[in-house]
Write a protein that binds this ligand. Structure first.
Ligand code: DAH
Length: 340
C-alpha cells in the first residue's frame, strides 16, 4: 500500500510538471483530487480499514494529497505568471513614440498681405476705415471729381445694380465718406482695405479683388510726405534694397498724380518677363488730393491739403510671392495654400 501510494505520487508529480497549459493542469487536478479522483477515493476507502491501520494510512494519504496540491499550486502560479507576462509584453505601449501630427489651418495669402499692410500703417498712426461694397454712383465717382460725363468713367467697366447704384469699382469712395463724416478741415490719417469689383477676368484680373486705399489730410502736407511714406512702406513690404520711382500719371481725384514703380523683385532690375524687361514693376497709384475733391466733400483746400494712394492687394501678393496666375488665390487648392 505504501509503495503504491509512493508510485501514485511520483506519477502524478511527473504529469503535473509535464502539463502544457492551465487546462491540462486543471484536468490533472480533477483526476487526482476531484470528487471522484484517485486520492479522494483512497481517503474515502479508509473507512474499510481496521481502526488500528486507519491513522497511519490516513496520515500517509494526506501527505500525498498535500504534496500534490503543493505541486499543482506551484505549477499553476508559474503558468499564470507566464501568461500575464506574455500579455503585458503584447500590450506594451511605447509612450516615447511621436504623436500623429494635427494639421493646423492658417491664414490665406491675401489675408497675410492685408494684415502686413494694415500693421505698417496702423504703426504709423493711421485709422482703418470701411465703406459699403454696394455703393452709390455719387460716392464712387461724383465726389471723386468724376462728373457724370467725365471721360474717366470709361476707365472702369462697372457692375451697375441700378442707374445710380453699383458694386464699388475701387476703395476711393471711402475717402469721400471719411471726409464727409469728419468735422470740416479736421486732420485725417486713414487706410481703407476692402473688396472691389470690375468687369474683367484673366490671369491677372479677377471680377472681385482687393484694394487698400490711403488718405492723409492736414495743414502743410506736401508731395514729400507722400513720397517718404510710400517709400518707407514699399521697402518694408519688398525689402530694404528695393528701389522706388514715381512716374507722372493721371487720376481725376489727385493733382498732381503719380504711379509708383518698384525695382523688379524677380530680376532685381536686370530685366525679365515679369517686368517686361524694364526692370520696374508698377505697384500703386497716388497723388495730392485734388482741390475739387476737398471742396466736394466739405473741406477747404485753402486751409488743408493731403495725399491719397490706392493699391491692389492681389498684385502685391503676386509680386511678393512670385505667383503668376491670380486665379490661384480663389481656387482653394490646398497644394497652393499650404505654401504660405
Ligand atoms: N482708385 C484708383 C484705381 O482703382 C487707384 C488710386 C489711384 C487711388 C490714385 C488713389 C489715388 O487714392 O490717389 O485705379
Amino acid at each position: 500500500m505504501k509503495e503504491q501510494l509512493q508510485a501514485l505520487q511520483e506519477k502524478a508529480i511527473a504529469q503535473i510538471q509535464g502539463a502544457a497549459n492551465l487546462q491540462e493542469l486543471q484536468d490533472i487536478r480533477v483526476t487526482y483530487l476531484g470528487k471522484k479522483g484517485e486520492v479522494t477515493s483512497l481517503l474515502k476507502g479508509l473507512g474499510k480499514l481496521s481502526p488500528e491501520e486507519r491513522p497511519a494510512m490516513g496520515a500517509l494519504v494526506n501527505t500525498v494529497r498535500v504534496a500534490l496540491e503543493a505541486a499543482l499550486d506551484s505549477v499553476q502560479q508559474q503558468m499564470e505568471a507566464a501568461v500575464l507576462a506574455a500579455k503585458l509584453e503584447q500590450e506594451t505601449i511605447d509612450i516615447t513614440l511621436p504623436g500623429r501630427p494635427v494639421r493646423k489651418g492658417h491664414l490665406h495669402p491675401l489675408t497675410l498681405i492685408n494684415e502686413e499692410i494694415e500693421q505698417f500703417f496702423v504703426s504709423m498712426g493711421y485709422a482703418v476705415e470701411e465703406g459699403p461694397e454696394i455703393e452709390s454712383d455719387y460716392f464712387n465717382f461724383e465726389c471723386l471729381n468724376l462728373a457724370a460725363d467725365h471721360p474717366a468713367r470709361d476707365m472702369q467697366d462697372s457692375f451697375y445694380i441700378t442707374d445710380s447704384v453699383l458694386l464699388r469699382t475701387h476703395t476711393s469712395p471711402v475717402q469721400a465718406r471719411t471726409l464727409q463724416r469728419s468735422e470740416k478741415n479736421a486732420p485725417i490719417r486713414m487706410i481703407a482695405p476692402g473688396k472691389v469689383y470690375r468687369w474683367d477676368y484673366d490671369a491677372t484680373h479677377s471680377p472681385v479683388f482687393h484694394q487698400v486705399e490711403g488718405l492723409v489730410i492736414d495743414k502743410n502736407i506736401t508731395f514729400s510726405d507722400l513720397k517718404g511714406t510710400l517709400e518707407l512702406f514699399l521697402k518694408k513690404m519688398f525689402g530694404e534694397d528695393t528701389a522706388v520711382r514715381f512716374r507722372t500719371s493721371f487720376f481725376p481725384f489727385t493733382e498732381p498724380s503719380a504711379e509708383v514703380d518698384i525695382s523688379c523683385c524677380m530680376c532685381h532690375g536686370e530685366g525679365c518677363r515679369v517686368c517686361s524687361h524694364t526692370g520696374w514693376l508698377e505697384i500703386l497709384g497716388c497723388g495730392m488730393v485734388h482741390p475739387n475733391v476737398l471742396k466736394l466733400n466739405g473741406y477747404d483746400p485753402n486751409e488743408v491739403q493731403g495725399f491719397a494712394f490706392g493699391m491692389g492687394v492681389e498684385r502685391i501678393a503676386m509680386l511678393k510671392y512670385g505667383i503668376n496666375d491670380l486665379r490661384l488665390f480663389y481656387e482653394n487648392d490646398k497644394r497652393f495654400l499650404t505654401q504660405f
